[in-house]
Each structure stands twice: as C-alpha cells, then as structure tokens.
Design a protein around this ligand. Structure first.
Ligand SMILES: [Zn+2]
Length: 502
C-alpha cells in the first residue's frame, strides 16, 4: 500500500510529491524540483522515461523510437508515438535541407499506418520547407497525451486540480455573485446572501409618470428608461456609481414602451405606444431617424444582432424590418397571435424571436431559410427575454409563472419560477448577476423577486421599497452588484449591496 496523506486517505503521497515536482519544473524552479526528488526519494519519472526524455531532447530519434519499447504503452499509443517521432525527425531533416534523409524517413511511415493524405501533406513540405512549428517541446506535449498518467503526469496537473476545486466551490455557492478575481486559494469559498443586490442605493425621480421599461447598456456604463410620460431617459453612471441624467429623449406623442441599446451602445431605439419607433444618438441625445409604416402604429421594437437594422412589431400584429436609413427590408412572416410585447434577434443573427401564430407559442424564425422553431407553453405569453449568449429564454406567462427554456438546438423546457404577482400588466423578468446565474422579476405587489436560475424553488430575495407595481428589472451586465427596477410609482430604484454587511 502507498503512503497516503489527508484526512480521508485518498491522496497518495508519491503522487502528491510528483505533482509538486512537476509544478515546480513548469514554474522554472528546476533546482528546487531536483532537491525535492532527492530528499523525498520519489522520482518524478522512472529511469526508462528519463532516458527517453533525454534522447528526445537531444534529437536522437532512432534511439528514442527504440526506447519506446521499455515504456509499456498500449499498442495503439505506441504506434502513434512512433509516428510523431518520425514526423519530427523528418521535419528536422527538412529544416537543415537534408532531403535525402528526409525522404528515407518519410518512407518508414506507411508501414505504421500513416494515411496517404498525411504522407502527401508531409511530402509537399519537401518543396515548401517545414513551415509549421518544429519545436521539440511541442512533440513532447503531444506525446504526453499518449503516455499513461502513471508514467508521465499530464501537463499542468496541479493547476488543473486547483481549477476544478474552484469550479466546484462556485457551483455549490448558491449566492455566488463576485468577480472571479475575488476568489482565493487560501480559504474556503462561500458567498453569503448579502452578495445579492438588496438595498436601495438610489431613487431616480426624473420621470413624471409610470416607468414601464429600463435596460442597462451592454458596457454597463448607462441605463435607459422609458415612461408613460412620453419620454425616455439616458442615465450615465459616474465614478461613485451614482446615476445622473445624461439626456431626456423627448419627441414621442404617446407613452414610450421600450428603449433598447444598439450592440455598440452608441444609439438607442424607442418605441412609442401605437406610434413610431425612433433612433437616437446617445452622445448628443438627438433623434436621428424614425421608422413607421403608413397608418400602422408600433408596439415594440428590437435591434439586428449587428446593429445594421431595426425590427418593428406593429399594431397589425406583423413584424417589419428596416435598414438604419429607414428603407424597408422584405420580410414575410405570418401575422402574430397577439399584440407583441417583445421581438428580438439572437446574438448570432440567425433567429428572429417573437410570440407565435398562437398566443401560447414562441416562434424562432430563420429569415434565410424561413424555417421556424416553435416553443409551446401551456398558457398565454406576455413577454420574454433572451440570455446574453442567446442560449436561454425566459418566458413570462399570464399564470404568474416565468418559464426557463434552453433554445440551443431543439427547445428544451427547464424550470418555472413563481411567487411574483401579475394580474393585468406586462411584468418583465431578466437574467443577471455572475454568469447570469440569477433570474429577477418585477411584480404587481410592488416588490422585486430574485431566484437562482438552477434552483427555482429557492427564492433568494424579495425586495420591498416601491409603492406601485414593478414593471421591469435590469441587472447591470458589468457590475454584478447593481440592479435597477422600474415602477408604476414613477420612480426607478437602483439596488446595491447592503453596506452594513459588506
Ligand atoms: Zn460564491
């Protein structure tokens, strides 16, 4: 039996020390590694391996290939190792322009099962030179993968073990919401409840009526809000993390239902209720273009994934597309089932997402092939939001349920989140926090609800403060500890960490 260390006897002392020696070598501490080998009497490698590595280092290819015999590789791996060594030998002959020996090396490959295609590829180098990397260390890295771990420790094993430990700690940390740079190897990791935004740190009272929508910019430096007061506001976040009005966007004749950031955050589009869609320059606050269709008002809008066009969801329950300059792009998609509260394009530009031809279906429409994927819900859909990577969608249902789906490939239903209240309004939810691990939602009971995306039954926080229905929430994509909520009480609340506990 091997000596073991640690409380449960799983860690073999010899393996532990070999991994440390290997880590010291990879860090460049060769002398200390040698001392450790000597003092512990635990060699990193057996003598046959040491000899093999020495021959490899010196480029003694024939002896190196012979030495493989003593290493007890599986037959398949032994063959692959021979091929790798012969290829290296061949490339090194090419490097010194010794084409005679290069050719005779090449002839040794077919008997080892190297296919004709690879031989052609290699022989073409006779004319063009070795081309690719001929470093011996590169061959060694490839060989490492063929050798059993007991013979040669896989590359950077210690780092890999530590990273695995980090991954596990983060996975098990239910409130995990800190930047990766805050993790430390020196202590057990666990985030407490207070790492989730829960304190009102600022109340924005610039709007003069209900606030219906808000969204942080992709770079996390701005917030945009839309209100029944017919305006939208661009808020800038200063160095003290306070939000200040940058521009009030005035020009709509009706309430503004959405305000959405272009992919580069330099522009926003706003949708006036049953009116027009307007595009604004964030820097100047000027309206640069309006989008409308004769006699048909707009109800929602969206950006193309690359910012080159605008999607309009209109009163006639159809979707229209425009180039930025306002020229219409042909788009043939059937009339939708109901007034559209959201339309969106996935981040790869492939799918146009909207409520389907029936009110309990979401459609993902491919503009090029006209193929359609359908997500079918049990109840009527009021709104939806996509995750940053467009792999997931959150669907808000009339039945006070938020449903999470994976839409990478065939749509696949995960969990439902419930507890928030919704009777008559559109209440919006969003992903947010560390790697979008959380789901937040507004609610008609004036509170903000937060769940863990993986644990729908565990409601992490319920945040009171507003005095009217909370219509929309947005989590700052670059500041994990900043959340915003928009309410019928006419205010926006910015939520941050509880200072007393942090
Ligand atoms: Zn954590």
């Amino acid at each position: 039996m091997d000596d073991t260390i640690g409380s449960n006897g799983l860690v073999k002392k010899s393996e532990f020390i070999r991994i440390i020696i290997d880590a010291l070598l990879s860090l460049g501490f060769g002398d200390i590694a040698a001392t450790l080998e000597e003092e512990s009497r635990i060699p990193l490698h057996s003598n046959p391996i040491k000899q093999f590595l020495e021959l490899l280092k010196n480029g003694e290819w024939d002896r190196c290939i012979d030495a493989l015999q003593g290493l007890e590789l599986r037959e398949r791996d032994d063959n692959a190792a021979r091929v790798l060594l012969l290829e290296q030998k061949y490339l090194e002959f090419l490097k010194v322009e010794n084409s005679v020996d290069a050719l005779s090396t090449l002839r040794m490959m077919p008997p080892l099962g190297v296919d004709a295609e690879r031989i052609r590829e290699l022989s073409s180098k006779l004319m063009s030179g070795p081309g690719e990397d001929t470093e011996r260390s590169v061959v060694l890295e490839k060989l490492r993968k063929l050798f059993p771990p007991a013979v040669i420790i896989p590359e950077r094993r210690l780092e890999h073990l530590l990273e695995t430990a980090f991954d596990l700690e983060v996975y098990e940390c239910m409130y995990h919401n800190i930047p990766d740079s805050d993790l430390s190897l020196c202590s057990e990791h666990r985030c407490e409840k207070h790492k989730i935004p829960s304190e009102t740190v600022q109340i924005l009272e610039e709007h003069t009526d209900e606030v219906w929508f808000l969204k942080f910019s992709h770079n996390g430096k701005y917030l945009a809000s839309a209100s029944k007061d017919k305006s939208a506001i661009i808020w800038e976040i200063d160095a003290e993390r306070k939000l200040l009005v940058k521009h009030k966007l005035v020009g709509h004749e009706n309430p503004v239902v959405t305000v959405l950031w272009s992919p580069d955050d330099r522009q926003v589009i706003t949708c006036g209720e049953n009116e027009v869609i307007k595009r604004w320059d964030v820097n100047s606050g000027e309206c640069v273009q309006s989008y409308e269709r004769n006699g048909v008002g707009s109800v929602s809008c969206g950006w193309f994934h690359d910012g080159t066009g605008i999607i309009g969801a209109m009163e006639d329950r159809r979707i229209y597309l425009w180039n930025l300059d306002g020229t219409e792009i042909e788009h043939e998609q059937d009339q939708r089932a109901q007034k559209l509260s959201d339309v969106a394009m996935t981040t790869d530009g492939k799918w146009l997402v909207s409520v389907g031809k029936e009110p309990h279906k979401i459609s993902l429409f491919d503009r090029v092939t006209r193929a359609e994927r359908v997500i079918e819900e049990d109840d009527m859909i009021t709104s939806f939001s996509l995750s940053k990577d467009s792999k997931y969608i959150l669907i808000d249902l009339t039945t006070e349920m938020i449903q999470l789906w994976n839409i990478e490939g065939e749509p696949n239903k995960f969990y439902g989140f419930e507890g928030h209240k919704r009777k008559r309004l559109i209440i919006r939810s969003c992903f947010g926090g560390y790697e979008e691990s959380f789901v937040a939602s507004g609610s008609e009971d004036s509170q903000v609800y937060i769940w863990h995306r993986r644990e729908p039954f565990l409601r992490l926080r319920v945040l009171p403060g507003h005095s009217g229905a909370v219509n929309c929430v947005s989590w700052n994509p670059t500041d994990l500890h900043m959340l915003a909520s928009a309410s019928d009480d006419g205010t926006i609340r910015i939520w941050g960490l509880d200072k007393k506990l942090n």
